[in-house]
Design a protein around this ligand. Sequence first.
Ligand SMILES: Nc1ncnc2c1ncn2[C@@H]1O[C@H](COP(=O)(O)OP(=O)(O)OP(=O)(O)O)[C@@H](O)[C@H]1O
Ligand SMILES: [Mg+2]
Length: 362
Amino acid sequence: MAIIKNIEFSNFRNFNNFQISFNDKLNILFGDNGCGKTNILEGISLIAKGRGIRNSSISNLIKKGEDNFLIKNCLEINKNNFDIQIFTETKNAKSKKIIKINDDVSKESLDFLNKSISYLLFLPEMERLFQASPSYRRNFIDRLIFSSKNNYNQLINKYKKTLIERIKILQGNNVDDDWLNHIENEISLLGLEINHLRISQLSLLNSELHTLKKDHNFQYDVVLKIKDSSLQSGITHEKYLSILQNSRVFDKQYGGTKIGPHRSDIISIINNDFEASLLSTGQQKAVVLMILLAQCNFLVNKKNINPIFLFDEIGSHLDSQNRQILLDMINRFDIQFFLTGTEKNLFSFVSTNAQFYNITDL
Ligand SMILES: Nc1ncnc2c1ncn2[C@@H]1O[C@H](COP(=O)(O)OP(=O)(O)OP(=O)(O)O)[C@@H](O)[C@H]1O
Ligand SMILES: [Mg+2]
């Protein structure tokens, strides 16, 4: 289990030099718009693999007018402290994020870090999860899969590369049939694997959601499903290949592959009756929080992973139902929370020994 003891920023986003020490349990960051609350969560999220919660380019992370940023942090993993440093390295005009663990950059150390740290995110735009584009919902579920399956991103990237390669072949002057068959074979295998992983993640979440509903008197029965007319569960490799082959002419014109997990949508059925997009904004937020609670239950109880919660702008629009779900998360799990909001009093309902930080004044 990982705990962030403190973090120090130099030339990161709006911070020149900034340091802050954290409580092991509940940290509430509040302050005016633009004081840097989301930037702090972003800095924390950069300790793990990837480009952080905003998926930002490295150059945007560097304070304007500076050449590099440095994030130092002390991370406790299973009661041992590690010094982590994150900074950029630029080669051939390309910037790369480097992570050092106790001054070590070996693959073993990085793998150890990636296995030890996992985040559960709530970002303000997730309130509109059911109104957003299918790609936003796919990314939402993909992030949940990634939090317990470290190499899932590689699978997604490989799949995307093969899709690009297929269109390149189709639109080229001389189509190499053997190569095209090989690429379509790869697409089908990778596509089926992604589809299968998504189906299993949704089914795990559905079973957690069902238990939570029973235990906690939640208002809604939530069932998550993949919506995809071509990728029905049970589609075989042969069938997938034949659809790909039959759509070559169309896909060449269209400039993209018509079927596959990159076209799927994820829907949420409420009380076996209607889609979550018909709920009010606040009610949709409750459903999203329930899904995150279900994911946390799954990670802690089934995977032995204690994620760190990064909940941005969680303070606003919380009615009693949403407060209850949030409190339930805080009380149920022995994990570290970072919550942000503009005002301290948005969190007055939290009774656990929380530490409050006024970021405007720091
Ligand atoms: N690379 C950068 N260099 C300098 N300043 C930056 C950089 N990137 C972002 N900023 C500034 O950082 C400030 C803080 O941003 P942040 O999103 O963390 O605010 P916030 O406290 O979350 O505000 P809100 O309550 O509106 O969400 C913004 O004013 C933004 O313009
Ligand atoms: Mg913010």
